[in-house]
Design a protein around this ligand. Sequence first.
Ligand code: UD1
Ligand code: CA
Length: 446
Amino acid sequence: MTPPAPTADRPLACIVMAGGKGTRMRSATPKVLHPIWGRPLVGWVLAAVRGAGAERIVVVVPPDAADAVGAAVGDAETVVQENQLGTGDAVRVAMPALDGFSGDVLVVSGDTPLLTAELLGDLVAAHRASGAQATLATFRLDEPGGYGRVIRAGGSIRIVEARDATDDELAVREVNAGLYVFAADALRPALDGLGTDNAQGELYLPDAIPLVAAAGGLVDAAEIADPALLLGVNTRVELAEAAALLRARLLEAHMLAGAGIVDPDSTYIDADVVLEPDCVVHPGTVLRGATHLAAGAEAGPHSVLDGAVLEAGAQAGPFAHLRPGTHLRAGARVGAFAETKNADVGARSKIPHLSYVGDAEIGEDTNIGAGNITANYDGVDKHRTVIGSRVRTGSDCVFVAPVSVGDDATTGAGSIITDDVPPGALGIARARQVVKENYAQRRRDD
Ligand code: UD1
Ligand code: CA
């Protein structure tokens, strides 16, 4: 049979199979929602699928997790698989969402977070170049374990699940990666032909491959060189393995893009963190959420930044905890044992030691003394503290919000500031010291 001409411009849709129960996780959280570096498992798969250019994405979800998974998949469509009747059933349930679509359908599992856009793009390109109606990704393992074996005989290809395999078939090392590209028009009739005559009594998607061939279509198997890209997460052990591999991948990408990471072995960076070239991340540091470090910004050592923005030359650490909504303007500094949250810290201002600054706005060139606290919560509502520019607050001040301190003002050490301090003024709020002379002598006399 002569292959049809390449069809590089055919539209691409994707079905993500995530309808399984994930029982081996032993968790109340649906498997595909377990987070890896701030992103759910299925989010990693979706990032790869989107990167490969899929214009329609349908995610198959289990009934009990439909809402939670739906909320995590962004603009992808979801369909509920009412009964877990197998991977063939998962794709069958998804197809009505692609009614009328006649391009290529990429089928992936929702539990394979190491997939890359490049790998998927190459697979689709190979499928199109060969003119196949079905292309299956395979890889080789010395111990193929529970994977489906790829049985090639006289140009035909079929997959036999480990549970259904003979001893000879079990010895085959080429396995099914669980990753496929089908021409939609060849997939539909093949799904209708699937049966349940197997050890699990399920509809097996791999059985669609020989059915496409039997209908006169060309089928192809593309071997993938790096099995690590296909790691599936079924247990928390595999979740940790996948996280370690993704962490190494993220750190390497950041360093190659110019971010300074002093000790990758002790640095943990969420997927959505932005690091500009020439920022520096010191050892023992965790960067979470939408944290953003501009050029010349420094984080750590031993600091946790969650959703914090550091402008050029800003510094957090050592031992700082920056929580969401923290914005350090150029050259601002948060030092040891200081915590910030929803705090806009102006250029060159400093919170050097032992402070909590939350729901606050600080102007430029201000110095917050050691051990200052913004008391922002009255038990019902959060209130703001506004501190101006060039302010000097004394050590151990408490700002009972809502309260403001004007530009160039000063507060006395140990003050509980409950009233606004006008610009240029000194606010001092503490009991006067009483000195009792000859106290020791009097005690002895008594
Ligand atoms: C599957 C393949 C196997 C392949 C392996 C690669 C079948 C029958 N076997 O086995 O050949 O070597 O992947 O990892 O396909 N799912 C649903 N609905 C269901 C059942 C599963 O959506 O009714 C989803 C799961 O959530 C999972 C994916 O499909 O994301 C794969 O299912 P799983 O049960 O893990 O298949 P394997 O036994 O790993
Ligand atoms: Ca699996």
